[in-house]
Design a binder for this molecule. Structure first.
Ligand code: ADP
Ligand code: MG
Length: 215
């Protein structure tokens, strides 16, 4: 469970991105977060990831107060969080390495994650499967993918981590409404049993969720 108690975050004195926010997210819940650009949605995620600390208030994750988490435990804690940020980056490496975010590729698992993220058919059309190079920076035959495909690869990467907590932060920027809805449905389906946050500035795709937080 994730609980925020009266959390305020100021990036500069007197300018709060979040102001006295209290919310509880139960384990296994699918939560839709909606709000205008600049309303503090990504700030909430960065606080939960402990990339930022609250200016005031407390965040408790599974009984642990993040304010008091020891520095050496932060990396381990983050391994349990599968987050796709709005400004995620893919690398000009192979498709497989982009999914695993490392040199060692568990090929079977990477393929499963790509299929779950909705790229199964596209994978079959990749000239070298998982070894296909993305982009043309290092390989003149590299495959240039679309924004929607990049999004799905980023989702596959989060799935590959096999984290019990998944976050998709505004996949909408690069996507048309129909593709966004497809990503939303997919994310809803694959996050079954996990705690999941889906962040959007549009309310339209918001269905099948347990809770809606309006920022
Ligand atoms: P959202 O994700 O809902 O668009 P953000 O959490 O990114 O909103 O931003 C909330 C507010 O905090 C905005 O006013 C934004 O300009 C400000 N902000 C975000 N990140 C920073 C930062 N690193 N430094 C200063 N201000 C920031
Ligand atoms: Mg944001």
């Amino acid at each position: 469970m994730i609980e925020l108690r009266n959390v305020t975050k100021e990036y500069s004195k007197g300018n709060s991105a979040l102001n006295g926010v209290s919310v509880k997210i139960e384990r296994g819940e699918f939560v839709f977060i909606v709000g205008d650009s600049g309303s503090g949605k990504s700030t909430l995620i960065r606080l939960i990831m402990k990339e930022l600390n609250p200016t005031e208030g407390t965040i408790i994750v599974n009984g642990q107060n993040l304010n008091r988490m020891k520095h050496r435990n932060i990396a381990k804690y983050r391994r349990g969080l599968g987050v796709v940020f709005q400004d995620f980056r893919l690398f000009a490496f192979s498709l497989g390495q982009n999914v695993t975010a490392g040199a060692d590729v568990d090929r079977a698992r990477a393929e499963v994650c790509l299929r779950e993220a909705g790229l199964g058919e596209r994978l079959l059309r990749m000239p070298d499967g998982l070894d296909t190079m993305l982009y043309r920076d290092f390989d003149p035959h590299g495959v240039v993918i679309s924004g929607g495909e990049a999004q799905k690869i980023a989702i596959a990467r989060a799935l590959y981590k096999n984290a019990p907590f998944l976050v998709l932060d505004e996949p909408t920027a690069a996507l048309d409404p129909v593709s966004e809805y497809e990503v939303y449905r997919k994310f809803n389906a694959i996050s079954g049993g996990k705690t999941a946050l889906y962040i959007s500035h549009r309310l339209a795709s918001c269905r099948f969720c347990d809770e809606i937080l309006v920022f």
